[in-house]
Design a protein. Structure first.
Length: 175
């Protein structure tokens, strides 16, 4: 088991992917969207308390004037000072200012949660890895459409890209 992390809040950011009503409500595994949301909210609270950025990524369909109901972030998730990024592809970097927003703040380590593990989260993380960020994946703050898809990302792909932890292992350096 991986020991607790010692994140530097000045160089770390929480990246939460697609926590929107219409996505959180989907049938997901190995946990419900509401469970992912609860874990994500606790992580966001800890990051905000430490003074570390919280990035909330949501998707909009390109070329569609009126987005489907539930396309905004889950009500109450965003707080003043959070960074909201709207993506139009599977990953959060392509065609957005996410990299610029993170670099402006001196961020070097990204802590990931969201839905779906093997789609939006993994796509965003792979691009982040290509850009040189250190990657941390919070397994219990993610879900996918099937347990097999979630497990493939968490057990096979993510360990090759970064570090897999639980929410309880996320800590900040103090002093």
């Amino acid at each position: 088991m991986t020991p607790p992390l010692a994140l530097d809040p000045a160089r770390s950011a929480l990246v939460l992917v697609d926590l929107m009503d219409r996505i959180v409500a989907l049938p997901l595994e190995p946990r419900k969207g509401t469970e992912v949301l609860s874990a994500a909210e606790e992580l966001a609270k800890a990051f905000r308390s430490a003074g570390a950025p919280v990035v909330l990524i949501r998707v909009e369909r390109p070329g569609v004037a009126e987005q489907p109901p539930g396309s905004g972030l889950v009500t109450g998730l965003a707080r003043e000072g959070d960074l909201e990024v709207v993506k139009r592809t599977i990953g959060g970097f392509q065609g957005t200012d996410l990299d610029d927003l993170l670099r402006e703040r001196g961020v070097r380590a990204l802590v990931f949660g969201g839905i779906a593990t093997n789609l939006g989260v993994e796509s965003t993380a792979r691009a982040a890895g290509d850009l040189g960020y250190d990657l941390i994946f919070v397994e219990d703050a993610m879900a996918a459409f099937t347990s097999a898809e979630h497990e493939a990302s968490v057990r096979l792909d993510f360990p090759r890209l970064g570090t897999v932890v639980t929410a309880a292992q996320v800590r900040f350096v103090t002093g």
